[in-house]
Design a binder for this molecule. Structure first.
Ligand SMILES: NC(=O)c1ccc[n+]([C@@H]2O[C@H](COP(=O)([O-])OP(=O)(O)OC[C@H]3O[C@@H](n4cnc5c(N)ncnc54)[C@H](O)[C@@H]3O)[C@@H](O)[C@H]2O)c1
Length: 371
């Protein structure tokens, strides 16, 4: 299917006075005049701080600086990597802003993937009790997931994302052209989250992805624009209904309970987050077959789509014990006091949150899946 799309499209995350636009398409990150027109109404003040990293800065920073014109613009460049999403980096960025005399009317811009976005967002949430910030996500994962929804965080040695805040950006600028330089594994990892939206919210979108595997593989810009918009629309809808994850927002975690455990047990960095989520979604689909009548043929469709887009669907050579998995998922502790919640699919596009999975049932599934 060939798609003809306008150069850019906009959708809104509806959150009363915290509502904001997500612009998607060729936004001109590589063409400063066009980018400038988008940024102008978003930055009323004269101070701006750009937070980015060593990989992204050489690719896209100079264009952004040109687009920002004559304002006071200070740039904080982090080393690349999840290892820098820490309280130390948080403190370093905060000190930098104070030394450069940024005040409450400053605007922070996150130029980068989820690591930069999560850290910058957390600084924005706390600096002078909260300043404006704009997300310019440069990975597919950040464009369809981490930049939307207002979760910001840094890691603690005890666990990922343990310190953070809900804090919404003023806008998200998801420019499809920057995805051209993204390494293939990172690109595929973003597609895992895209596929998730098809499973949890939108069967027609799932059908579309199946029909467009080759366009996605060649990173067709029109296809990507559509895919990012649909993904953000799903996420925006869920977030608008449950901003602080007191209930329904948990459906965004389909496959993640398994995925997080896989990431942790394999050692962070072994699997990318999206890769672990891909394997986790297959496990969640099989659990859904056992617990709520998810058709086995649809579990197979999910597996085929993930594989078609270059994602792993089994642990392969990696040996992780079933007991270790259960412990890492917290199931061993949670059975006694309240049960672990799983997101399960009844059919494609229709999921429920269930606390009805028994320890024995989970053990049986994992034994099958991991042997
Ligand atoms: N806030 C949320 O709701 C949320 C949701 C999901 C994930 N996350 C967080 O997001 C983070 C993962 O984000 P990520 O997958 O974007 O990883 P990342 O930010 O580490 O980026 C992946 C790699 O791609 C490089 N890169 C980024 N854009 C590039 C481009 N256009 N061209 C070339 N290289 C580029 C980065 O420098 C990095 O090496 C994790 O910390 C995770 O906890 C947050």
């Amino acid at each position: 299917m060939t798609l003809a799309a306008p150069v850019q499209e906009t959708l809104y995350v509806e959150l009363a006075d915290r509502s904001y636009p997500i612009h998607v398409g060729d936004l001109g990150v590589q063409q400063p005049e066009r980018l400038s027109q988008l940024l102008e109404p978003l930055i009323p003040g004269q101070q701006v701080a750009v937070i980015t990293n060593d990989t992204i800065a050489p690719l896209y920073l100079s264009q952004l600086l040109q687009a920002l014109g004559q304002r006071q613009v200070d740039v904080y460049q982090l080393p690349d990597g999840e290892a820098y999403k820490t309280l130390d980096s948080f403190a370093a960025v905060t000190t930098f802003l104070l030394e450069k005399r940024h005040n409450r009317s400053t605007c922070l811009i996150a130029l980068g993937g989820g690591v930069v976005g999560d850290l910058c967002g957390f600084v924005a949430a706390t600096f002078q009790r909260g300043v404006a910030f704009i997300q310019i996500p440069t990975t597919l994962l950040a464009q369809v997931d981490s930049s939307v929804g207002g979760k910001t965080a840094v890691n603690h040695p005890v666990g990922k994302n343990m310190i953070g805040a809900f804090y919404q950006p003023k806008a998200v600028l998801a420019d499809t052209t920057v995805l051209a330089t993204l390494p293939s594994r990172e690109y595929a990892a973003g597609l895992a989250e895209v596929i998730k939206y098809g499973v949890i919210d939108d069967v027609e979108f799932f059908d579309f992805l199946e029909a467009n595997v080759s366009a996605l593989a060649r990173r067709s810009s029109a296809t990507l624009q559509h895919v990012i918009l649909r993904s953000c629309a799903s996420k925006a809808k869920v977030v608008s209904e449950d901003e602080r994850e007191s209930g329904r927002r948990a459906i965004l975690n389909f496959g993640h309970t398994f995925g997080h455990a896989i990431e942790k047990l394999a050692g962070y960095g072994q699997w990318l987050h999206g890769e672990a989520v891909a394997i986790g979604m297959v496990m969640a689909a099989e659990l859904s077959v056992l617990h709520c009548g998810f058709p086995p043929a649809d579990a197979q469709r999910l597996r085929t789509l993930l594989q078609g887009l270059g994602l792993p669907v089994i642990l392969g050579q990696q040996r992780i014990g079933v007991d270790a998995m259960i412990e890492a998922m917290g199931m061993d502790k949670k059975v006694s006091d309240g049960r672990l919640k799983f997101v399960l699919a009844r059919q494609l596009g229709d999921v429920i949150i269930s606390d009805d999975v028994s320890l024995n049932g989970l053990r049986k599934l994992l034994t099958e899946q991991m042997s």
